[in-house]
Design a protein around this ligand. Structure first.
Ligand SMILES: C[S@@+](CC[C@H](N)C(=O)[O-])C[C@H]1O[C@@H](n2cnc3c(N)ncnc32)[C@H](O)[C@@H]1O
Length: 279
């Protein structure tokens, strides 16, 4: 068991940014828009922002002046995020950003003081139950909407199908739920855990599917995703490597040439305070 800090590369985040943008739920943004109060500067905290893709997607979909506070523990990713500011808001109002290098599982209530919206994307499944509960507690205390997008839900479909797909998927899901020095990761259980926690705290919670659909036009992302999927499965079950050697080569070649259609299930979650509107 080790305390894992897996670094995410700018290249990987760049590769997935367009597909992530297409997958995130616009319906939840519409619902969010109905809750936001016009006027003033909306302060948005994006937790575990990476290179800031969430802000580049969401800021132009929401009206009004916005100040984004981008949190991540990786200073290199934050430098990229600071250099790639989001486009102006939906009504042309200015959007600016500041960065904060920190561990978001150690946020205190003061860190989110004055927040009008808290967001996170592709984060929840990386947390343990204890980390998730602690983080949601702080977010709930901020009293504003919470938009949590692109959490994996353990559904992967490959077409054409192969009998070994199910075996690899099971090993991958076990890897996502592995025990670490921080505790057991939530992996595909993160969305259900977040819904439980936020509903029990009194939020209104909406969940929508936000799956990736990778075809020939996304062959680069499909191949990179497939490599990572196999590597995680084999790390979890080293004996799998021999069993799937020919499968891996065959499927990777198909992914690289756009002959493998990949669907990766995600879910987006919007939590709204029941007793009022956001700043
Ligand atoms: C899969 S990336 C997602 C990045 C970005 N939200 C996006 O959607 O493109 C996960 C990010 O979480 C950050 N991260 C993971 N655990 C963290 C923690 N405990 N504190 C701060 N950042 C964390 C990583 O550095 C990485 O940037």
């Amino acid at each position: 068991m080790s305390v894992e800090t897996i670094r995410v590369s700018t290249e990987w985040l760049d590769l997935r940014e367009g597909t992530d943008a297409a997958a995130r739920s616009r319906e939840l943004v519409g619902e969010l828009g109905r809750q936001l109060r016009p006027g003033g500067v909306r302060v948005v905290h994006d937790l575990a922002c990476g290179t800031g893709a969430m802000g580049r997607w969401l800021a132009p979909l929401v009206p009004g002046r916005q100040h984004w506070v981008l949190h991540d523990r990786d200073a290199d990713l934050l430098d990229v995020a600071a250099a790639r500011c989001p486009a102006p808001a939906a009504d042309g109002a200015p959007v600016d950003v500041e960065t904060r290098c920190s561990d978001i599982t150690r946020l205190a209530a003061d860190d989110l003081a004055g927040a009008g919206l808290v967001t996170a994307s592709a984060l929840l499944d990386l947390l343990t139950r204890e980390e998730l509960d602690g983080l949601l507690d702080i977010c709930f205390g901020a009293g504003c909407p919470l938009l949590l997008t692109l959490s994996v839900i353990g559904r992967v479909e490959l077409a054409p199908a192969d009998p070994l797909d199910v075996r690899v998927a099971a090993a991958f899901d076990a890897h996502q739920r592995r025990m670490t020095g921080r505790g057991r990761l939530l992996g595909p259980d993160a969305v259900a855990a977040a819904v439980d926690e936020l509903s029990a705290a009194g939020s209104q919670v909406l969940v929508r599917r936000s799956g990736w659909r990778l075809g020939a036009a996304e062959a680069g992302l499909a191949a990179a995703w497939f490599r990572g999927w196999i590597a995680a499965a084999c790390e979890q079950e080293p004996e799998l490597a021999d069993e799937i050697a020919s499968y891996e080569g065959r499927r990777l070649a198909a992914a690289q040439t756009g002959r493998l259609a990949v669907t990766v299930g995600h879910a987006d979650l919007l939590a709204l305070p029941r007793d009022g509107r956001a700043a």
